[in-house]
Design a binder for this molecule. Structure first.
Ligand code: CA
Length: 246
């Protein structure tokens, strides 16, 4: 199980890492919101729990938690804070925090809450992998395993980040439909992150490298000039056209 610790006080961060690692968890430390969200989105294997300090520079822990919730409704979040007012707790729970501890906290209690949240997480993941067949989608020589965040193309296996997987799922759900970058931004990115057209294009390029036999002349993930993209699950093979291209 992998824990992301978002904490700007170095001594506390190091102490948490030491103790979590001793429990056998994999630990990532970051000290700001943007770094936390970036790591969360690209982490492979995915993060299983976020330990979040609420008082941080740049983005507050409340904002970070709201942003995390837009990416994943189920990721457990344990907030740490020096604040003890009940309004602060209410605000934290309103932002989607699962557990809340005030500093200075008791280490055994923190570890026990973490164990608890991770047990729940494990059960949640197990339930998801019990139905493997409906979570695997195939087209051409590609098999996408949504339960495992994995894509197979011929003999190659590619791990998928949460966002890559969501984008691919959206394309699959909209087979043959022209999707503008604006629509992808609002449907896949939920307008939350400041995602540029160029980064959408980068995501598409990464998917092409995974699913296309020849990413430079894609057959599934087509560009629609000036607009965006169109995914075609079963491209029509026209021998005459193929011949003419030679
Ligand atoms: Ca702090």
């Amino acid at each position: 199980m992998r824990i992301l610790v978002v904490e700007d006080e170095e001594a506390i961060a190091r102490g948490l890492r030491f103790n979590f690692e001793r429990e056998g968890y994999q630990v990532d430390l970051v000290s700001s919101g943007p770094a936390a969200l970036e790591l969360y989105e690209s982490a492979q294997p995915p993060i299983d729990l976020v330990v979040l300090d609420l008082m941080l520079p740049e983005m507050s822990g409340y904002e970070i938690c709201r942003a995390l919730r837009r990416l994943d409704l189920d990721i457990p979040v344990l907030a740490l804070t020096a604040r003890t007012l009940s309004e602060d707790k209410i605000q934290a729970f309103d932002c989607g925090v699962d557990q809340y501890m005030t500093k200075p906290f008791s280490l055994p209690e923190l570890l026990s809450r973490v164990r608890n949240l991770l047990d729940k997480r494990r059960r949640h993941l197990d339930r998801r992998t019990v139905r493997p067949t409906e979570d695997i989608v195939r087209f051409s020589d590609v098999a996408v395993d949504f339960g495992r965040f994995e894509l197979r193309h011929l003999e190659e296996v590619h791990p998928l980040t949460t966002r890559e997987q969501e984008l691919l799922r959206y394309f699959l759900e909209n087979d043959g439909v022209v999707l503008s970058r604006a629509r992808l931004q609002s449907e896949v990115w939920k307008d939350s992150a400041d995602i540029s057209s160029r980064s959408i294009d980068n995501f598409v390029m990464r998917l092409r490298r995974m699913i296309e036999d020849d990413p430079s002349s894609p057959r599934h993930l087509l560009s629609v000039r000036g607009t965006g993209y169109r995914f075609v699950r079963e491209p029509v093979t026209d021998p005459a056209a193929a011949e003419a291209e030679k």
